[in-house]
Design a protein around this ligand. Structure first.
Ligand code: LLP
Length: 413
């Protein structure tokens, strides 16, 4: 594909140069329609049984995006009190929030308890802590289903090499602690990891979790977690996550469980990336072109402070080069390395990437940045965080977060 942004009309007729003239570079640009489409899709993963999708807000907590989730009728999962507060600000009622934290303090746990927010405890030690804070309470437990998957070992959250969840061999201890504090285990949840395009490990984990579920009486809900991938290599025509095939294969597993469990719990999933990743690009400016030992460096202002995924996980993000606001043809490509403006050699957006000839003054358009993009931004090298704008359904441009200023950097000192 020569240009994804043209293929989907990402900017809906707005000129990228106009956008950056008004909001500067780097700039996160979102497309509301794409986000709505994905949120709608995850709300239909299970149609035969009671089901809710929880958007996992760690992928992107912009309040305007949370409001889209609210309107789409999906629920959310939060990892921290900060994420709960973002959801409160977006208007989410507490019964539509699932708190799935890791290693939290008494104060953080109490915040959820005081608001009757369902909380999942992801270790025996945190279950004990919950029992002490809220004897007689209703809660969930995160299970490690023994299977993991993900694009990088840093984001595999199931299986033997992870800090998350209670392993199957400790299930009896859950009952023992619950008995001691008179707790109701209302649900169990899992998350095997982030970004898989092949649903096999997820389906295996669903089967494992459902087998484990049979040991719990009267579960109200079972949450299978998120992790559905998106095609980051779309310029090379990578296929989408096989959602329909996945749904077809999931259903008989659920049928079998429902038949043997004797009651139908509420099923849940927890996708983050799938909902928002494809709904954003970053526009950045090319400020320098240089050569060093046979490598051509395209020097941009999209540093690892703006998008950390390539330097943190070696993640691939497609890049389009825009000149006068239009994608440069990809007919003639050669290897170029795209770097940011941060003082680290690892500050590279793309290494030896096939790109068209690029000139100082061009824009880079980095694709698929809606998930774990802005939410992982930092002010490293004392660079204020960029603005976020959204192309709304009717093609208007709405600023959904202003750029930080230098004053913001020393506001707390
Ligand atoms: N539920 C739980 C408990 C999680 O830990 C996560 C992600 C999700 C749901 C959502 O997973 P998703 O559907 O977005 O894959 N920063 C990394 C991804 C870290 C994911 C952490 N947990 C990245 O940029 O690839």
């Amino acid at each position: 594909m020569n240009s994804y942004i043209e293929h989907v009309d990402f900017f809906k007729g707005n000129d990228p140069e106009e956008l950056v003239r008004e909001y500067g570079t780097p700039l996160y640009v979102y497309n509301e329609d794409i986000i709505r489409k994905h949120m709608e899709s995850v709300s239909k993963v299970i149609e035969k049984y009671p089901y809710t999708a929880n958007y996992s807000v760690k992928a992107n907590t912009n309040i305007h995006i949370l409001k889209i989730a609210l309107e789409s009728g999906i629920n959310c999962d939060a990892m921290s009190v900060g994420e709960i507060k973002m959801l409160e600000a977006a208007g989410f009622p507490y019964d539509r929030i699932f708190f799935v934290p890791n290693n939290v303090s008494d104060e953080e746990m109490q915040y959820a308890i005081d608001r009757d927010i369902m909380i999942s405890l992801d270790s025996l030690s945190q279950l004990e802590q919950y029992g002490q804070l809220n004897p007689g309470g209703r809660c969930a437990v995160r299970i490690n289903p023994g299977v993991g998957a993900g694009h990088n070992e840093k984001v595999v959250t199931g299986g033997k090499k992870t800090k998350f969840g209670v392993p199957e061999y400790d299930i009896d201890k859950i009952f023992e602690i619950a008995g001691r504090y008179n707790l109701t285990i209302a649900g169990i949840n899992q998350h095997i990891g982030s970004l898989f395009m092949n649903p096999d490990p997820y389906l295996e984990a669903v089967s494992n979790l459902l087998n484990i579920a049979k040991r719990f009486n009267n579960l109200e809900f079972i949450d299978f977690g998120g992790g559905y991938g998106i095609p980051y290599h779309k310029l090379d025509d990578e296929a989408e996550y096989p959602m329909e095939d996945f749904k077809e294969r999931l259903l008989p597993i659920l049928d079998k469980f429902v038949e043997s469990y004797g009651k139908t719990p509420l099923f849940k999933s927890e996708p983050g990336r799938f909902c928002v990743a494809e709904g954003s690009v970053i526009l950045g400016r090319v400020h320098a072109i240089k050569e060093n030992s046979g490598v051509e460096y395209i020097g941009t202002d999209v540093g690892m402070n703006v998008l950390v995924r390539p330097s943190m996980y070696d993640s691939w993000h497609d890049i389009e080069i825009l000149r006068d606001g239009k994608p440069v043809s990809r007919d003639n490509l050669s290897e170029r390395t795209v770097s940011g403006n941060i003082c680290e050699s690892g500050d590279l957006l793309a290494k030896a990437r096939l790109l068209p000839e690029t000139k100082k003054g061009d824009l880079v358009c980095v694709l698929d940045t809606g998930a774990y993009g802005y939410s992982m931004c930092s002010t490293y090298n004392s660079r204020p965080r960029p603005a976020e704008v959204m192309i709304t359904g009717d093609g208007k441009v709405k600023c959904i977060r202003r750029a930080e200023t230098y004053e913001d950097l020393f506001r707390y000192m």
